[in-house]
Design a protein around this ligand. Sequence first.
Ligand code: ATP
Length: 349
Amino acid sequence: MASTEPVFAVRDLWKVFGPGADRIPAAAEHAHLSAAELHARTGCTAAVRDVSFDVHRGEAFVVMGLSGSGKSTLVRCLTRLIEPTSGTIAMDGRPVLDMDRAQLRDLRRHRAAMVFQHFGLLPHRSVLDNVAYGLEIQGMGKAERREKAALMVAKVGLEGLEHRRPGQLSGGQQQRVGLARALAVDPEVLLFDEPFSALDPLIRRDMQDEVIRLHRDEGRTMVFITHDLSEALKVGDRIALMRDGRVVQVGTPEEIVGAPADDYVRDFVRDVPREHVMTVRSAMRPARDGESESGPVVTPDTTVVAAIESVVRSGVPARVMEDGRCLGVVDHSRLLAVVANVSDEQEAA
Ligand SMILES: Nc1ncnc2c1ncn2[C@@H]1O[C@H](COP(=O)(O)OP(=O)(O)OP(=O)(O)O)[C@@H](O)[C@H]1O
C-alpha cells in the first residue's frame, strides 16, 4: 500500500433524504437549486451534495459548517452508519460501498472508531471497563484488555479514576473516557462528532490540546466535526467548510483565512485574528541588501503574531530561514499588512 494513498477518498458523494431520493443526484434540473428550493420542489433534503475530498494519512481533517450544513451526515457516510445515495468512498483504496456486513463491522470496530458528543458510556461499568469495552467486543481476554485499557486511561490523564462510574465524573472526564475507549482499539482513523461542544470553555480547551497532543505524538489520522471556527482552526491541518450540503472550500487554516474561496467563506472568517493563523511564509518579501545576513531568524511556519514579537524585540526585519537558506524577510509593514488584511497591491498603492 503506497503511503501517499489517501485514507479516505470521497468522490461525488450525495446523501438525499426524502421521497424519490435516488433520482435527485442525477437530475440536472435541480443542480442550481438552493437547499430550500430543492426541498420546496421535491420534498427532499440533500444533506450531502456532490462532495469530493481526500483525507490524507496522518492529518487532522476538520469538517466545519453551521448547524444543518451536513457535517454529521457526511462523516456518518464514511463508515456507512448512514447509507449514501450515490457516489464513491474508498478507505485505503478499498471501496466502502462494496463492503458486506462483516467487512463493515470490521471497518467500524478496528479501523475507524467514532468518538461521539454524548460519550455513549455504559453507566454501570467502571472507567476501566468502559475503556476496555471495545476490546471486549473484539474478543480480547479480560486480563489483556484491562492492561491495555489501563494504559489508555493513563494516556488521557485519568489515572486514579479507573474504578469510578461515569456518573461520578465531570463532563470533561467523561469525554476523556470516550476518547480512551476509541484509542484502545488502536484504530487507523479517529472520527470525532462534535466531541467537545457540550463542555465548558476551559475544559473544552484542555480537550482540544489533548487531541492535538495525541495527534502529534501518534500521527493518527483524525476526522473532526465542529461548528466552531476557532476549534477548526486550532485542531485542523485542513478544513472542509460545508454550506447547505456542499463543500465550499477545502484548505489549510491559512488558506481558508488568507484566500477565502467565496463571499460566504470570507464572511465566515471575517473576525478571525489573522495574525494567529497566517504564517510568515505568506507575509515575507525578498531580502534586500544585507538583510539576509543579520536579524532574528524565524521558520516559514512561524505565525505572524510570533514574528511580530521577534521584530519588535530586535527592531529589525526577521529572516525567514529554511535548511540554512534565507527565503525572505518580514518587516513591520509586511506584518501589519497581515493584521490589517491589506493585500500586496493595496500596500503598494
Ligand atoms: N434522517 C433524516 N431525515 C431527513 N432529513 C435529515 C435526516 N438527517 C439529517 N437531515 C437533514 O439533513 C441536513 C444535514 O443534517 P446534519 O445533521 O448532517 O447537519 P450538521 O451540519 O451535522 O448539523 P448539526 O451541527 O446541527 O449537528 C439537515 O437539513 C437535516 O435536517
